[in-house]
Design a binder for this molecule. Structure first.
Ligand code: PLP
Length: 286
């Protein structure tokens, strides 16, 4: 596959960075993942806006030119379609760069490392609840840091939470804070449906402002379903009629089991089908 590194397109196997890169030594960087289907990207502008915000939050002086990046990302998709197929995710990463010292302070005068590569995504599923078995997830206390709104490349906390779900044979780990409130999942956001109404936790430092979350909020409005961004307790989650997790790679994944608890009737819900069908139609235009 063809990757992008510091201004050049290179075969991925030939891409090289310094071991002194602070992305490697400290996880000092910001990343994005943009999904695309048959060459068309989902949420490109929204991803770029979040990328720029993240870089500003950690004071990496790198200006993202939206149009330039659109061309760059589109080329990573187009040039890799033959090998990767129609469903492609593009990973973009800017780390602070290589410093000669291993010193915590942000160094002056280093050049950020800019990296992008394409990988195969799984094909989108059909918006048919009878054809979808639903997924199961683990549940754990959120033990990550308190800056989860920043899409940092330092993902060890998320990785450790995700690994729990792997060990338990589940698709993800849903997380709750000290107060027993759902924050998000290790690599996705969470929605519930109760009595025909949708709920998702409000944006704050405890969760990533997911682009899919943002698009799903739009789709709920288009579908005429009332939605509220408000605190969801573990009890409310377990008593929900439907639970979904959302991310660029998973789109909207319906959950039918959380830990040992069955959600609703244990089948994928009607509202998922309705909203996912709107999402499937609207995702390229929102
Ligand atoms: N929350 C976390 C911790 C994530 O890592 C991700 C994406 O990977 C998401 C939520 C979903 O964000 P998006 O919809 O922008 O992919």
């Amino acid at each position: 596959t063809i990757a992008y590194l510091n201004g050049e397109f290179v075969p991925l196997e030939q891409a090289r960075i310094s071991p002194l890169d602070r992305g490697f030594l400290f996880g000092d960087g910001i990343y994005e993942v943009i999904p695309s289907y048959a060459g068309k990207m989902v949420g490109f502008s929204q991803h770029m806006a979040r990328f720029a915000k993240g870089l500003a939050a950690i004071e990496i002086d790198y200006k993202i030119d939206r149009d330039e990046w659109q061309t760059l990302v589109q080329r990573l998709i187009d040039d890799n379609r033959e090998t990767l197929g129609d469903n492609i995710g593009v990973y973009l990463h800017v780390s602070r760069g290589a410093d000669t010292r291993r010193y915590h302070a942000y160094p002056e005068g280093v050049t950020p490392t800019v990296f992008g590569f394409a990988f195969a995504l799984s094909a989108p599923v059909k918006a048919d609840r009878h054809a979808h078995p639903g997924a199961s997830v683990s549940l754990a206390e959120d033990l990550r840091w308190e800056r989860c709104h920043i899409k940092s490349t330092a993902l060890l906390g998320n990785v450790m939470h995700f690994q729990q779900s792997v060990k338990e044979g589940n698709a993800e780990t849903l997380l709750y804070n000290h107060q027993g409130e759902i924050t998000e999942a290790s690599s996705s956001n969470v929605f519930i449906i109760k009595d025909g109404k949708a709920f998702t936790p409000p944006l704050d430092n405890q969760l990533l402002p997911g682009i899919t979350r943002m698009l799903v909020l739009e789709c709920l409005k288009i579908a005429g379903i009332e939605v509220s961004e408000e605190v969801i307790t573990v009890g409310e989650l377990l008593a929900a009629d439907e639970v979904w997790i959302t991310s660029s790679g998973k789109e909207i994944l319906p959950i039918v089991k959380v830990g040992d608890n069955q959600i609703g009737d244990g089948k994928v819900g009607e509202i998922w089908e309705k909203v996912f069908s709107v999402y499937s139609e609207q995702k390229f235009v929102l």
